[in-house]
Design a protein around this ligand. Structure first.
Ligand code: SF4
Length: 374
């Protein structure tokens, strides 16, 4: 605890901790680094300083503020949970771990962290950092010797929580994992628990837990269409299934990406294909764009010839997928701008705004062509 007081990182949600601020930070920090979360947390708290403002906001605005942080289901669950809290009309946030756990998006770890840090409840909070520290600390304990199951870790951690400072204790263990006791580097000689730590004393910390095989990176090829009419862009609403599908034409292999980016407005886009030379060639050639303009925007050959087209390429990573993106910009001449979209296309020509939240990938595509557009 002394070590934590002297060395804990100055994080914005620790400045003047509140139950609500702790909740938001814990949800944002799931599967995301502290450095990435800080600016999002600050923006989010400035716009939604309490659960009432969060519950009253439209989902599109929350997604818009969350855009770029990834794992958008977290934002949707946070919003749903805020509405549940306000609808229940109890006048405040849940008052114990069990109640927190009943909210969408709040699992075993998050409920433990929120209840111990925000409410002082004597419960453990075992995230990946704490899991690593405890596995090393007790590595030759009869319970901890094997691969500890989550329930066993939870039990081990709950025996250690300091009853008079449960939140600080949990934070201190997690902070050790985030700083001195990382997966690929340890500083045991500076660690406050070295004299008790089995792995530290045996100098085998880096072998525990055994490293997991990383998921192999998958190279994906995909193209997106930025169709412009003056300053408006063709955007498809959340949940749209419109795709610029090439599979029938060129028999390409597809990658499965179902469920990603749900909740955002998108651009017309091809499915994700496993990158091959053949796929790259097809996506770099404007033929498929022309076919789509004819089939889905009902443009005639003369109208298509009058469109200005240009392409840009860039890389983008989503989980273990490495995307080779092509963004095709198609400028439809002003006098054709009343194009009638083919039946079934749910899109609209719009100027992107907070009412039409777009994913980071779409933002990147648009920024290639228009500086500061979103
Ligand atoms: S002594 Fe080393 S292995 Fe043990 S908790 Fe500290 S940093 Fe981690």
């Amino acid at each position: 605890m002394d070590w934590f007081q002297a060395h804990s990182r100055a994080l914005p949600w620790r400045r003047t901790p509140t139950l609500y601020g702790t909740w938001v930070s814990e949800i944002m920090l799931q599967q995301t680094t502290v450095a990435a979360v800080i600016p999002y947390w600050e923006k989010f708290m400035a716009r939604f300083p309490n659960v009432q403002t969060l519950a009253a906001a439209p989902e599109s605005e929350i997604l818009s503020l969350w855009s770029g942080l990834g794992y958008y289901r977290r934002a949707k669950n946070l919003h749903r949970a805020a509405r549940m809290v306000v609808d229940q009309g109890r006048g405040g946030l849940p008052t114990c771990r069990k109640e927190w756990q009943a909210l969408p998006g709040v699992g075993t770890y998050a409920s433990g962290a929120i209840a111990s840090i925000g409410l002082g409840e004597v419960v453990p909070a075992v995230d990946a950092n704490a899991r690593r520290v405890l596995s090393r600390w007790f590595y030759d304990d009869p319970i901890a010797a094997g691969n500890l199951r989550p329930s066993e870790l939870e039990e081990l951690a709950s025996r250690m929580v300091l009853p008079h400072q449960p939140g600080q204790w949990n934070e201190a263990v997690m902070e050790l994992g985030a700083t001195l006791c990382q997966a690929a580097s340890v500083q045991c000689s500076q660690c406050p628990v070295l004299d008790q730590c089995k792995a530290g004393l045996a100098a085998v910390a880096l072998e525990i837990p055994p490293p997991k095989k990383p998921k192999p990176t998958l190279a994906i090829a995909v193209a997106t269409l930025v169709v412009r009419c003056e300053d408006k862009i063709l955007l498809l609403p959340p949940g749209s299934r419109e795709t610029v599908d090439l599979a029938g034409k060129w028999e390409l292999g597809r990658a499965d990406i179902s469920g990603l980016n749900h909740g955002f407005w998108t651009l017309p886009q091809t499915p994700w294909y496993l990158a091959t030379e053949k796929v790259d060639k097809v996506l770099d050639d404007p033929t498929f764009v022309r076919l789509w303009l004819r089939g889905r925007l009902n443009l005639s050959s003369a109208q298509i010839r009058a469109c200005l087209m240009r392409k840009t390429s860039f890389g983008h990573s989503i989980t273990h997928h490495r995307l080779g993106m092509r963004a095709w910009e198609i400028q439809i001449p002003e006098h054709y701008c009343n194009v009638k979209l083919a039946q079934g296309i749910p899109g609209h020509f719009l100027i992107p705004s907070t009412d039409t939240p777009v994913s980071k990938l779409v933002t990147k595509s648009l920024e290639r062509f228009f500086e500061g557009i979103v």
